[in-house]
Write a protein that binds this ligand. Structure first.
Ligand code: P71
Length: 459
């Protein structure tokens, strides 16, 4: 087999994408207020905004849609989904939700009191926002190696156990409603967490009587990383590794829009009976009856099959290779990225790539704009636009460690030649990078500002 083997699928249905001219893109970007979220998708050539909800479903999943049982209560599709969730995640209870943030919302609103704090390796944007929305404080305790882009630590998503213990001692167990770990760590490069770390974090929080939840969006990619990199797992299947990961926790939140290969869906799992009762009530209020939870019966069917396909070892091996191909080619032409390549995305170190643009002029946003102007490529800023926030007591702006631009790879959607085009586009930007200026925010909402903020070029 070649170093980067070909896609383990062939294409049965195609969706045309169109090129635009540089002049058109300049106008479209200006009209979108220099926020790539405000562009129209049909004006984009290669859309790497997110791997969330953008997967290509298989012929089996499309066929399953026709078998969706749309009964309000007790639908057959619910039981098909239940069987898969119980097999893979091994928790006692679950409720379906329309997507991951709805699961987070229910968990956070049931367990967090104002003034509480929640530890995680890195909270992703919606998770952090859901913790804050109910008066809690998200606290990020990832290992220091994660802050050095060139460090090739095999499990750069790990939580620093020393930091976690100090955090618990200083905060007090009564102020920590639960601990979390995000697998893989999306805010920190799509980097995996080792089995040893998942178990050690679980044991530590449990020793203090604190429940432990996994943010499981990319659990299958995390599992194949463990198989490839952690001693003792080479002969285990991704399913066995997943079961072992979840056995360390009391529950999980899941956005099925990632590793479950569907365009919409999520769920919240837990072992605690009383919490499940409260979650069911919250679900009925906010999402829907507990056997469909904000989804159509056909969505439940596609999800049940997507969970199976998403754990397939050939698919997962291809998936990591596909992402690594983009990362290694960018490194070859001198573009700094978070190393080693993550599971679902390559994160360009925009701060390192554009050192003449200070963090307060948002180098990541400037690069995201350039990617669109140069090649019609959409990426997302994951730096100070997405993650900087004012300190609750001093008001001082706290910035993330790195100013990143994420090139997220939708699952089973783009071929290796699309990735070559992304590399060529970044090479063209690199050739004139000193002429790129920073940006300023001219309008922003209070929470999750990156989705709707408006920017201006500073020249
Ligand atoms: C991602 C997303 C979705 C997103 C976020 C920001 C801009 C564009 C798209 C969502 C996650 C996630 C983790 C680790 C929970 C959610 C929420 N990620 N945890 O990466 O990555 O799930 O979108 O289904 O509500 O692009 P949800």
């Amino acid at each position: 087999m070649p170093e980067f083997p070909p896609e383990p699928f062939r294409i049965k249905v195609v969706e045309p994408i169109k090129r635009t001219t540089r002049a058109q893109r300049e106008r479209l970007m200006r009209e979108a207020k220099y926020n790539v979220f405000l562009l129209r998708a049909e004006d984009i050539f290669i859309d790497l905004l997110t791997d969330s909800g953008t997967s290509a479903m298989s012929d089996t999943q499309w066929a399953a849609l026709m078998q969706g049982d749309e009964s309000y209560a007790g639908a057959r599709s619910y039981f098909r989904l239940k069987e898969q969730i119980e097999r893979i995640f091994c928790f006692k209870h679950f409720v379906p939700t329309h997507q991951g943030r709805a699961a987070e919302n229910i968990l956070c609103s049931l367990l967090i009191e104002p003034g509480n704090a929640v530890p995680n390796n890195n909270h992703f944007d919606t998770t952090g926002a859901n913790v804050r929305a109910v008066g809690g404080q998200p606290v990020d305790l990832v290992i220091d190696e994660a802050k050095d882009p060139a460090n090739r630590h095999p499990f750069k998503g790990n939580i620093d156990l020393g930091k976690l213990e100090r955090f618990i001692e200083e905060t007090g167990t009564e102020n920590i409603p639960f601990g979390m770990i995000t697998i893989t760590n999306n805010a920190g490069g799509g980097q995996p967490v080792s089995m040893a770390n998942i178990k050690a974090v679980g044991e530590m929080v449990h020793r203090y009587g604190i429940p432990f939840f996994i943010d499981a969006c990319r659990y299958a990619e995390n599992a194949i990383f463990i198989k490839q990199r952690e001693a003792g797992y080479a002969d285990k299947t991704p399913l066995e590794i997943a079961q072992e990961m979840f056995s360390a926790a009391d529950g999980c939140t899941m956005s099925a829009k990632k590793d479950a290969l569907v365009n919409i869906g999520g769920f919240l799992c837990m072992n605690d009976d009383a919490l499940f009762e409260r979650a069911r009530q919250a679900l009925i209020l906010r999402e829907g009856f507990p056997t469909y939870g904000g989804l159509a019966g056909r969505d439940l069917e596609a999800l049940a099959r997507g969970l199976v396909e998403g754990l397939d070892e050939d698919y997962l091996t291809y998936r990591l290779n596909h992402t690594a191909y983009l990362g290694e080619r960018l490194l070859e032409i001198g573009i700094p990225i978070i190393e080693p390549p993550g599971g679902h995305a390559i994160y360009v170190d925009a701060g390192g790539f554009l050192p003449h643009i200070p963090a307060e002029r948002y180098p990541g946003q400037a690069l995201a704009i350039e990617l669109y102007l140069e090649g019609g490529i959409r990426a997302v800023e994951l730096g100070s636009v997405a993650f900087a926030y004012p300190d609750p007591t001093t008001g001082e702006i706290i910035r993330p460690a790195l100013e990143l631009v994420r090139l997220a790879l939708p699952r089973r959607v783009y071929t290796q030649s699309h990735l070559d085009f992304v590399v060529e586009t970044l090479a063209a930007i690199a050739a004139r990078k000193d002429s790129i200026g920073g940006v300023e925010i001219v309008k922003e909402p209070e929470l999750l500002r990156h989705f709707t903020a408006e920017f201006a070029l500073m020249g």
